[in-house]
Design a protein around this ligand. Structure first.
Ligand code: HEC
Ligand code: HEC
Length: 405
């Protein structure tokens, strides 16, 4: 008996000390990883292939550069979440009053401040009188956004503000890429299509965004865009030593599949009474006019994404956000003061991928939610004012709600 008890005791001690040494696994809703529910086993496998490419560090032998910003997707989209200001991308141009020059012959529009050995990195040319910075966004749940029909995006648009609420979200029409293949739910307008990805909604599809990221952020050419970027400021036009295209469409398509099949961030504490009150207030003070909670996807070739309701808190439309957020940089179909409403899901986990502190808005200038709201102007001025006239308790409830997303 004594022997038995001491054995139990030893086991108990071992268990206690184990639990001290090994931190408990975080719950699924606490991490920005995992797949959309309902994928087939084959799709789960394909997701893992893309996951590996997303984390792959490209080196000189892979065709990195010759000029680049970072060596891997996941340096910027840390743990599939928001990035840190230290990895922001910089874009620049020359505003000539009536025209805007993206200074393509001077290394524009995006700065690649690093280069492989033996090559010259870019620097900002003296002609750049507009410089803008962009923080990497969360990349969870994008498959749902990609599966929305243009019709459902247009349903929330009110370009001429006919309902008189001071908010005139408009779709961003852009020229499609040379490799764009429209789906049945895309609605063209004079040869242009609605952009839905990127902070100014300048990319129509995830494929556009991934091909762009490979080339402009990492200096990797692909079947879709086989021309390397050189630094025109270097006077040396030889690129890296790897033949183009540096990755095949298999790599690109795997990355796109990975982006399509990362699950949407899951809510935490949704039933907390303060969170529920905050959610109500969020609707009452007009945040929902842009940060639209509910959307339903169209039919998708990935069954798990077909006819699904999801809650990104965005309308994917452009809004004039006023002078404080005007970055002086028009892009795609968006004016310099216009931004696409960002999805708010995952906000409560931002700190976990941003080094323990939050950095919000397109350039990470706000270190908290109240500060992000203090920059809301233009079409969002009324909602912002309504927020700041709430009682302190109510403001805390709105913030608690946002932190549950
Ligand atoms: C140097 C940092 C950096 C790297 C590296 C990078 N990204 Fe990004 N990514 C960004 C930024 C910044 C944006 C916002 C771009 C904009 O608004 O124009 C973005 C946007 C995106 C978006 C659109 C998200 C949305 O909500 O609209 C996707 C998808 C994406 N990146 C995927 C990738 C993939 C895949 C890779 C690797 C091939 C990659 N990114 C590499 C910084 C980076
Ligand atoms: C007119 C449309 C509009 C309204 C109304 C609006 N927002 Fe926004 N919101 C935006 C846009 C656009 C941005 C991105 C601006 C930028 O990045 O510079 C944004 C950014 C944010 C962010 C930062 C997100 C991030 O990931 O960096 C938060 C938080 C936010 N809004 C909350 C709210 C709340 C709360 C309200 C109501 C008081 C509200 N917004 C009202 C359009 C709107």
């Amino acid at each position: 008996m004594l022997k038995y008890i001491s054995l139990l005791l030893i086991t108990a001690i071992a268990l206690v000390s184990c639990s001290k040494l090994v931190p408990p696994e975080p719950a699924p809703e606490e991490v920005l990883a995992g797949t959309v529910p309902g994928l087939t086993q084959a799709q789960e496998k394909e997701h893992l292939v893309g996951d590996a490419f997303f984390g792959k560090v490209f080196g000189t032998a892979d065709g990195l550069g010759p000029v680049f910003v970072q060596t891997t997707c996941s340096n910027c989209h840390v743990g599939n979440g928001k990035g840190h200001p230290s990895t922001m991308v910089t874009r620049f141009g020359n505003n000539q009053g009536s025209a805007f020059d993206y200074l393509n012959n001077k290394g524009g529009a995006q700065l690649q401040p690093r280069a492989i050995a033996g090559y010259v990195p870019e620097y900002l040319p003296s002609e750049a009188n507009v410089i803008t910075r962009r923080l990497a966004p969360i990349v969870m749940g994008l498959g749902y956004i990609a599966a929305l029909s243009d019709q459902s995006i247009l349903a929330n648009a009110d370009s001429a503000d006919l309902n008189g609420d001071g908010i005139s979200g408009r779709p961003c029409y852009v020229d499609p890429s040379s490799f764009f293949i429209p789906q049945s739910f895309h609605i063209p307008n004079n040869g242009k299509y609605i952009g839905r990805f990127g902070k100014k909604a300048e990319k129509v599809t995830l494929l556009d965004q991934v091909v762009f990221a490979l080339k402009q952020d990492i200096g990797i050419t692909s079947d879709f865009d086989p021309q390397d970027i050189f630094n025109p400021l270097s006077g040396n036009f030889t690129g890296d030593q790897v033949a183009d295209p540096e990755v095949s469409s298999y790599v690109v398509n795997s990355l796109v599949f990975y982006m399509r099949t990362l699950k949407a961030p899951e809510r935490r504490n949704a039933e907390d009474p303060d969170v529920k009150e905050g959610e109500k207030l969020f609707g009452q003070i007009g945040c929902e006019s842009c940060h639209k909670p509910d959307h339903v996807t169209a039919v998708s070739d990935i069954e798990a994404l077909s006819n699904k309701t999801f809650h990104p808190f965005s309308d994917f439309l452009l809004h004039d956000m006023g002078p404080a957020l005007d970055d002086g940089y028009p892009e795609g179909g968006a004016a310099s003061n216009e931004w696409r409403t960002p999805a708010l899901w995952g906000l409560g986990l931002a700190e976990t991928t941003q080094g323990g502190k939050m950095f919000l808005l397109h350039d990470g200038r706000a270190t908290g939610i109240e500060q992000a709201l203090s920059f809301h102007g233009g079409e969002s001025q009324n909602a912002r004012n309504a927020f700041f006239t709430l009682s302190e308790t109510q403001r805390k409830q709105v913030i608690k709600f946002l932190m549950s997303l």
